[in-house]
Design a protein around this ligand. Structure first.
Ligand code: 2E7
Ligand code: F3S
Length: 436
C-alpha cells in the first residue's frame, strides 16, 4: 500500500547512474561485506524530489579503495556520510544517510542534503497515539471495493466504478486503481447499466435517483453512521423542522446529508455564522453535525446556536462519530508531551485536518503528511519527542513506514499511548460481501 514518491533504483554496482539523477542509499554495502541499512532514505529522497531533483533509492556499494568507476562521486560522498552516521549512532547495521550523484555539478546539492539530515540524527522517542488509522467505516468501504474486484470474474468481467474517492486517502485510491477500480467524479462518467460503488461519505437522494435513471447497479459503501444522520435529517424535515447542519460546505458528506432535505436545511460552518441565521419557526429547529468535526469547536457552535435559538434540539447522541472522537482524544494525550506532531492523512481528509488543527491549538507544531517522504529535516531540529497519529482513512502501513524512516536517523524508542480500544465492526452491504 505504501508508496514512495520516488521509484526504487535497482542499483547494480556496475550500472552507471543516469545523468541528472541522484541515488539515495537505502542500503550501504561496505567493502568488508557488512551492510548498513539506511531506512531514512524515503525522507531524504522525498525532500530532494520536492526540491525538483530526479531521485531514485537503492543500494550503494562502497568499494575497498573508495572508488567505483561508475559511482565515482557517489562513493566518496557516501563513504563520508556513512562514517558520520557511524559516529552518531555508534552501532553497526543501523542509520546512515548517503546521496550519490553522477555529476560533479550536483555534488553541493547532495552534500547539503546529507548535511541537513545528519544534523538531526540522534536518539528520539515517538509517542504513538492509539486509536489511529482505519475506522470501521473505512475498513468496510475498502472491503466492499476489494470484494467486488475479487469477484470481477464472477461478475462477467464487469468494471468496478466508484463514485468519488471511496475514502479521502491518495494511497488507498492509488492502490485500488492499480487493482482495477475506476474512480469517477460523477455518474455521467459511468456507462448505463454498469456497477458503481458509492463512497463512505454518502450520497444525496438526487444521486440515487440519477443512478436509477441510468440503470446502474449500486453497491452502497456509505458508513452506517452517516446513514443514521441522513435518516435523522429526513425524519425531522418531515415533521416540519428547520435543520441546521453543522459542517463544512462543499464536503461530500455535507452535500449528501443536505440533499435529504434541501428546502429545510441550512449549512453552518461555525459559531460566527449564527448571527445571520434566519429561520421561520424558532420552536422547530433541529441541529445535526458532520461526523468528522472537532469535538470542542462543535460544542461551541452548538452553544452559539442555542444562545440564538434556545429551543433548538440536537440528536440524542452527538453525530460526531466514535472514531473521530477517539482519534482526537488520542492525539491530545500525545500532544502535551510532544515537541512535534505528525498526522498521516491526505489534505482533503476532514478528520485528519482536524487532528493537525487540534495539535496546533495546543501549541505544538504539527504537520499533515501523506507519508514519510513528506517529512523535512528542519521539522526535526531540537525535536526529541514526536507525537504520531494517522487519520481514519490513512492505512496502518504508513505508520510503520514512518517509524522505520525515523529509526534511520538514530535509536528510536516507540511508546504507544492507548486512550481507548476500538472493537466497532460494520457488516458489509449484501452486494459487497467477500467470499471468505
Ligand atoms: C467517511 C466519513 O475519508 P476520510 O478522510 O473522510 P473525511 O470525512 O474525514 O474527509 O475519513 C474516513 C471517513 C470519515 N467520514 C469516511 Cl462520512
Ligand atoms: Fe464512519 Fe466515522 Fe469512519 S463516520 S467512516 S466511522 S470516521
Amino acid at each position: 500500500m505504501s508508496r514512495s514518491s520516488v521509484s526504487r533504483y535497482a542499483a547494480d554496482p556496475s550500472a552507471a547512474l543516469p545523468a541528472g539523477r541522484m541515488l539515495v542509499a537505502d542500503i550501504l554495502r561496505r567493502p568488508d561485506g557488512r551492510v548498513l541499512s539506511c531506512s531514512a532514505a524515503p525522507m531524504v529522497a522525498g525532500a530532494l524530489g520536492a526540491a525538483g531533483h530526479q531521485v531514485v533509492t537503492g543500494t550503494v556499494h562502497l568499494l575497498e579503495e573508495g572508488l567505483d568507476s561508475d559511482l565515482r562521486a557517489a562513493v566518496a560522498h557516501a563513504t563520508a556520510s556513512a562514517r558520520r552516521a557511524g559516529d552518531v549512532l555508534g552501532a553497526e547495521g543501523s542509520g546512515g544517510v548517503a546521496v550519490v550523484v553522477a555529476e560533479a555539478g550536483l555534488r553541493p546539492v547532495a552534500e547539503a542534503a546529507v548535511g541537513s539530515w545528519a544534523q538531526v540524527m540522534g536518539p528520539r522517542t515517538v509517542l504513538l497515539a492509539s486509536p489511529r488509522s482505519f475506522c470501521a467505516g473505512v475498513e468496510r468501504a475498502i472491503d466492499v471495493v476489494e470484494a467486488l474486484l475479487e469477484q470481477q470474474h464472477g461478475l462477467g468481467g464487469r468494471q468496478v466504478f466508484v463514485r468519488k474517492q471511496i475514502v479521502h486517502n491518495t494511497h488507498v485510491i492509488a492502490d485500488l486503481t492499480e487493482r482495477g477500480a475506476v474512480f469517477v467524479e460523477e455518474l455521467d462518467e459511468v456507462p448505463p447499466g454498469a456497477l458503481v460503488v458509492f463512497s463512505a461519505h454518502g450520497v444525496s437522494p438526487q444521486v440515487r435517483a440519477e443512478a436509477a435513471r441510468r440503470s446502474l447497479q449500486v453497491v452502497d459503501a456509505t458508513c452506517p453512521l452517516v446513514t443514521k444522520v441522513h435518516a435523522e435529517a429526513r425524519r425531522y424535515a418531515e415533521r416540519g423542522n428547520s435543520i441546521v447542519l453543522i459542517g463544512h460546505a462543499g464536503h461530500e458528506e455535507v452535500e449528501g446529508t443536505y440533499g435529504e432535505a434541501p428546502d429545510a436545511t441550512v449549512v453552518v460552518g461555525s459559531a460566527w455564522d449564527m448571527a445571520g441565521l434566519d429561520l421561520p419557526d424558532p420552536s422547530k429547529i433541529t441541529y445535526l453535525t458532520q461526523t468528522t468535526l472537532a469535538v470542542d469547536e462543535t460544542r461551541e457552535t452548538i452553544a452559539a446556536l442555542k444562545k440564538r435559538f434556545p429551543q433548538a434540539r440536537g440528536p440524542g447522541s452527538e453525530d460526531i462519530c466514535y472514531a473521530t472522537t477517539n482519534r482526537q482524544h488520542a492525539l491530545q494525550a500525545v500532544t502535551a508531551q510532544a515537541d512535534l506532531v505528525l498526522v498521516l492523512g491526505s489534505e482533503n481528509s476532514s478528520n485528519s485536518v482536524r487532528l493537525v488543527e487540534l495539535a496546533r491549538k495546543a501549541g505544538t507544531p504539527a504537520h499533515l503528511i501523506e507519508d514519510c517522504s513528506r517529512i523535512r529535516p528542519d521539522w526535526l531540529r531540537d525535536v526529541a519527542t514526536v507525537g504520531l497519529i494517522a487519520g481514519a482513512s490513512a492505512p496502518p502501513a504508513l505508520v510503520q513506514d514512518t517509524l522505520s524512516a525515523l529509526a534511520g536517523l538514530g535509536p528510536l524508542t516507540v511508546r504507544e499511548q492507548i486512550t481507548t480500544t476500538e472493537d466497532t465492526y460494520f457488516a458489509p452491504p449484501s452486494a459487497g460481501r467477500k467470499n471468505r
